[in-house]
Design a protein around this ligand. Structure first.
Ligand code: ADP
Length: 599
C-alpha cells in the first residue's frame, strides 16, 4: 500500500537535489558585478500552531531548488507544497496560485519562501521572470550525451540507475522534472511483498512463489500477463536482499498484511517511502549516476531507423537534447493525478472527475504515456484505474490508523449504520462497495482493545491530532461516535451485535469475512470517516520480459525500455498492496540490464 509521508514524524527531509551538497544556514556569495545573489537561505512561516521551515537555493537570483526542512502541516498537504515548489521554480516567482483545497498551507509555504528570499537580502521583485532568464541564456538548445538515459527518478528509475552503474562505466543520466526525486514511491510506505522473506522465516510463516503468483494473478482478476508476473514472483525475494544488502535499505523487524495476499509477506522499510527513496538516491549518486532535477522530458528523439536515441527536455524554459548511446528507460510513473486522462481512459468507475481526490504526487500526470504514444508504443489496460478505499475526506490521503483494519479488527459501516463489505477484501472490491453507499462515505470503527494492542495512539499521534482538527475523527462511547457523525445509534449497535454473533460462530454470514473475525468491544471507540481516492493506474505501455517497450506493430521499439507504473500488463485489473516496490525494482533493474546489453 502506498502511504503518505510523515509516519508519525514531524520532520520530513525531502530528497536532496544535488545530494552531495549540504545546505547551510544563509550562506551567500554575491555576484557583485551583476548585483545578483547566489546561495542558500532559510525562511520560516508561523501561524498559531502551524509552522513551515524551508531552504531556498538561489543561483544568480534564480530559484533553483527549495527544500522543506520542517513542517507540521496536515499529512498529505506536503503534496501541495511540492506542487508549489515546482510552480515557483518553473516561473522563478512566488506569484503562483495557491493549491486548491490547501490554501492556508499554500499561503504559509509562500510566506516561508518569501522570508528566505528576504534573508538573501533581495525581494521577490528581484527575481527575474523565467522567460527573461531563458532569453538571456544561450538561444540554441544545449546537447548532453550519455549512455543510458532514465526518465523519472522514482522507484523504478532509481533502481534502473543503480543497476546501470553497478557494473561497467556507462554514463547514466536521470531526468527528474521535480526539484526532488521519488514520485509516488516517496509518498508510499515503501512496502515490499516478498515470499520467503526473512521476517516470514523468523515467524514461521510458510509461503511460496506459487502462492505469490496465484495471489497476484487472481488479485488482478486473471487479467495480468503471466510471463511478467512470473518475473516479479521470481525476483521479489532476490531483489529484497539486493535492496537490503547492496542498496542499504533498512527494514523493520515486523511485517504487514494487505488485502488479496494469502499470507503476511510484506517487508516494511524504516522511515517509509521517504527514507526508502533517499537511500536509493544516495546509492545511485554514490555509484556515479547523474540526476538532473527540474528537467522535464517532453518528447523522444527518434532516428531515421525508428530507434529512440534520446529525449528533448526542458529546464528553466530552455530546451536540452539528451542523446543516449545505449538506451532510454521510461520510468515516469502513472497518471493518477491527471483528471483529464482519468476521465478519458477509465472504463470501470463511470467518471473519475476532480471530485475524486488522489493519493498521488502532483507530478504523476502521465507525461511518459503521452511521449510513448507519439513514439508508437502499444498500451495495455489503461482503463484499469485503482481506487484506494480508506482515505481522509479532508486530504484525500490514506489513514495510517487504517493499519488497525488491515492487521487487526475494525468494522466499516455506512451512513445507515450498516456493514456493507468484508473489511479485509481487496482495495478494488472495497472501493467498489464504498461507492455504492450513501454519499460514497463510510466510517471505520475501532475498539479500545485494538487501539491498545496496535499502539495506535503512540504510533499515529500526529495523525490523530490532525484528524480531530479536521473533524474526521471522534473518540468516545458508541453514542458519542454516532452523534458526531449523525449515524443511527441503534442500527450501529445492531450491526455490532450481529457481527459479534458471527465472531462467536466463526462465520460471517453476511460478507464471508474470515480474517480477524473477532468480537468488537463495547466501551470506547475511535471512529473516522472515509472516502475513496484514485491510487494507482494499472495500465501503461506494453513491455516484454526484457522491459522493452512494444510498438503497435507488436515489435519492440528499438532503444526504448520501460519500468514501473508507466507500464501495463503486470497487475491486470487490480494491483495488490505492496506489489509496487517489487515491480519497480525488478523491472527497473531488468530495463537497465537490457539497455546495457541489447541493440
Ligand atoms: P514508479 O513507482 O513507477 O517508479 P514514481 O511515481 O515513483 O513511479 O516516480 C515517477 C517519477 O517520474 C517521479 O519522480 C516524477 O516526478 C517523474 N516524472 C514524471 N514525468 C516526468 C517527466 N516528463 N520528466 C522527468 N521526470 C518525470
Amino acid at each position: 500500500m502506498k502511504r503518505v509521508v510523515l509516519a508519525g514524524l514531524f520532520i520530513i527531509i525531502i530528497g536532496c537535489f544535488l545530494t552531495a551538497c549540504k545546505f547551510q544556514d544563509n550562506i551567500k556569495t554575491k555576484e557583485e558585478a551583476e548585483g545578483a545573489v547566489s546561495g542558500t537561505f532559510r525562511g520560516e512561516a508561523k501561524e498559531q500552531e502551524e509552522y513551515i521551515l524551508v531552504e531556498v537555493m538561489l543561483q544568480k537570483n534564480q530559484i533553483s531548488h527549495i527544500e522543506i526542512l520542517k513542517h507540521n502541516e496536515t499529512p498529505g498537504f506536503e503534496k501541495a507544497m511540492t506542487q508549489l515548489i515546482d510552480d515557483i521554480v518553473a516561473k522563478n516567482s512566488i506569484e503562483v496560485d495557491a493549491v486548491s483545497g490547501a490554501t492556508k498551507t499554500s499561503k504559509r509555504f509562500l510566506k516561508a519562501v518569501e522570508n528566505a528570499i528576504t534573508a538573501a537580502g533581495i525581494t521577490s521583485k528581484d527575481l527575474p521572470p523565467i522567460e527573461e532568464l531563458s532569453n538571456k541564456a544561450d538561444e540554441k538548445s544545449s546537447k548532453i550525451d550519455c549512455d543510458i538515459l532514465i526518465i523519472g527518478a522514482g522507484g523504478a528509475g532509481l533502481s534502473a540507475a543503480i543497476e546501470a552503474r553497478s557494473e561497467g562505466d556507462d554514463r547514466v543520466v536521470l531526468l527528474e522534472k521535480m526539484s526532488f526525486g521519488g514520485g509516488n514511491t516517496r509518498m508510499s510506505g515503501g512496502e515490499y511483498a516478498a515470499p520467503g522473506n526473512w521476517v516470514q522465516t523468523s515467524l514461521g510463516i510458510e509461503d511460496s512463489e506459487d502462492l505469490f503468483f496465484k495471489d497476484i494473478y487472481e488479485g488482478g482478476n486473471k487479467k495480468g500477463n503471466k510471463d511478467l508476473i512470473n518475473i516479479v514472483v521470481q525476483n521479489a525475494l532476490p531483489n529484497a536482499y539486493w535492496l537490503r544488502d547492496f542498496v542499504g535499505v533498512e527494514y523493520k523487524d515486523y511485517q504487514s498484511w494487505y488485502g488479496g495476499h494469502t499470507v503476511s509477506r510484506t517487508l516494511w522499510p524504516v522511515g517509509d517511502g521517504p527514507k526508502y527513496v533517499d537511500t536509493l538516491i544516495d546509492k545511485a549518486v554514490e555509484l556515479g549516476a547523474n540526476i538532473h532535477y527540474n528537467t522535464r522530458a517532453e518528447e523522444f528523439i527518434v532516428n531515421e531507423e525508428g530507434k529512440v536515441i534520446g529525449v528533448r527536455a526542458k529546464r528553466s524554459g530552455k530546451i536540452i537534447e539528451y542523446i543516449a548511446e545505449k538506451g532510454v528507460i521510461l520510468a515516469t510513473g502513472g497518471f493518477g493525478a491527471n483528471v483529464e486522462m482519468r476521465m478519458k481512459y477509465d472504463t470501470r468507475w463511470n467518471g473519475l472527475d476532480e471530485s475524486i481526490p488522489t493519493t498521488n504526487s502532483p507530478a504523476i500526470v502521465g507525461d511518459g504515456l503521452i511521449m510513448a504514444e507519439k513514439a508508437g508504443a502499444n498500451f495495455i489496460g489503461l482503463g484499469d484505474i485503482q481506487l484506494y478505499p480508506i482515505n481522509n475526506p479532508a486530504t484525500g490521503n490514506y489513514y495510517f490508523m487504517d493499519y488497525a483494519r488491515l492487521n487487526s479488527n475494525a468494522l466499516l459501516v455506512n451512513k445507515n449504520g450498516k456493514r456493507f463489505v468484508d473489511e479485509k477484501d481487496t482495495r478494488d472490491r472495497l472501493s467498489n462497495a464504498m461507492l455504492k453507499q450513501p454519499d460514497a462515505k463510510v466510517y471505520e470503527l475501532i475498539d479500545s482493545q485494538v487501539i491498545q494492542d496496535m499502539k495506535l495512539e503512540l504510533l499515529y499521534e500526529n495523525e490523530i491530532v490532525k484528524c480531530y482538527e479536521q473533524g474526521v475523527l471522534v473518540r468516545g462511547s458508541l453514542q458519542d461516535c454516532c452523534d458526531y457523525f449523525d449515524l443511527p445509534l441503534e442500527k450501529v449497535k445492531k450491526t455490532i451485535n450481529r457481527f459479534n454473533s458471527f465472531a462467536e460462530k466463526g462465520k460471517d454470514e453476511d460478507f464471508g469475512r474470515t480474517k480477524n473475525l473477532e468480537k468488537i468491544g463495547d466501551d470506547t471507540y475511535y471512529m473516522f470517516s472515509c472516502i475513496v481516492s484514485v491510487h494507482h493506474t494499472m495500465g501503461g505501455v506494453e513491455i516484454d520480459t526484457h522491459a522493452r517497450v512494444i510498438g503497435k506493430d507488436g515489435k519492440p521499439i528499438k532503444g526504448l525500455y520501460a519500468a514501473g507504473e508507466v507500464t501495463g500488463g503486470i497487475h491486470g485489473e487490480n494491483r495488490l498492496g505492496s506489489l509496487s516496490m517489487p515491480d519497480t525494482v525488478t523491472f527497473g533493474r531488468i530495463a537497465a540490464q537490457s539497455a546495457k546489453t541489447m541493440k
